[in-house]
Design a protein around this ligand. Structure first.
Ligand code: SAH
Length: 227
């Protein structure tokens, strides 16, 4: 986590994490076709550097995925923006489920655009770190669960939106079931090297899938880890 010297993380950022480098990132997202003002505004105001280890925080506003330990990554800002925009297209969202909390960056973005976020992470130290980061940002509309999210989180559902930030080979059946009528699921599907980002929309008992683009996420794994 980046610090201001007093031991406390600096939310506004200094040097390479300054407002100017953030504006440069925004320009890049717009150039790549992100057009939702609400998504762009939230990305502009969310400090990504606090989600990274100090040694990497100077790269926080580059449009790349970066390591967060435990063989996992923080998602690329463009992909966060693209997935969030896809979920919001049909109107405001009350409830959203995220599978794969990681360091909590995508959850921070969603928590500012939905009423409640429920997020599941299988690696305990990552979930603990995410809680700390999101508390620091004073985001309190988030429910956390340590566990295997490959079967969703039925108790809090059904959801207006589900976002999966790790890739299964096939969409788990439970995720379809936990979508509300009219709800949307955005999920990378496929093998290790590359996946297709799918947007699935529920209409009653029917589900339509649209392929958004090629992406690369870590795999959705089964089971939970305590260390
Ligand atoms: N949402 C994060 C990206 C995290 S990377 C961000 O905002 O940057 C994907 C995360 O999914 C990893 O932390 C990984 O541990 C987690 N994951 C993989 N399989 C999972 C499963 N079955 N249940 C819950 N989390 C899982």
């Amino acid at each position: 986590m980046s610090s201001s010297g007093s031991g406390k993380p600096n939310l506004s950022g200094i040097g390479m994490t300054s407002q100017r480098t953030r504006e440069r990132l925004l320009g890049r997202l717009i150039d790549q076709g992100i057009s939702s003002m609400e998504v762009l505004d939230v990305i502009r105001s969310t400090p990504r550097h606090i989600f990274l280890d100090e040694a990497l925080s100077h790269r926080a506003y580059e449009d790349v995925a970066l390591p967060i330990g435990h063989n996992q990554t923080i998602s690329q800002p463009y992909v966060v923006a693209k997935m969030t925009e896809a979920l919001l297209k049909s109107g405001p969202i009350d409830s959203v489920l995220e599978i794969g909390t990681g360091c909590g960056y995508q959850a921070a973005v969603m928590a500012q655009l939905a009423k409640t976020v429920s997020t599941v992470e299988r690696i305990k130290p990552l979930l603990d770190r995410a809680k700390k980061n999101l508390k620091l940002l004073k985001l309190r509309n988030i429910n956390y669960r340590h566990g295997d999210g490959s079967a969703g989180w039925a108790n809090n559902g059904p959801y207006d939106a589900i976002i999966t930030t790790a890739a299964p080979q096939q969409v788990p059946r439970e995720l379809f079931e936990q979508l509300k009528d009219g709800g949307r699921l955005v999920i990378p599907v496929g093998g290790d090297d590359q996946q297709e980002l799918q947007l699935i929309t529920r209409r009653g008992k029917d589900f339509t899938a649209e392929v958004l683009e090629a992406v690369r996420f870590v795999p959705l794994l089964v089971g939970q880890l305590h260390h």
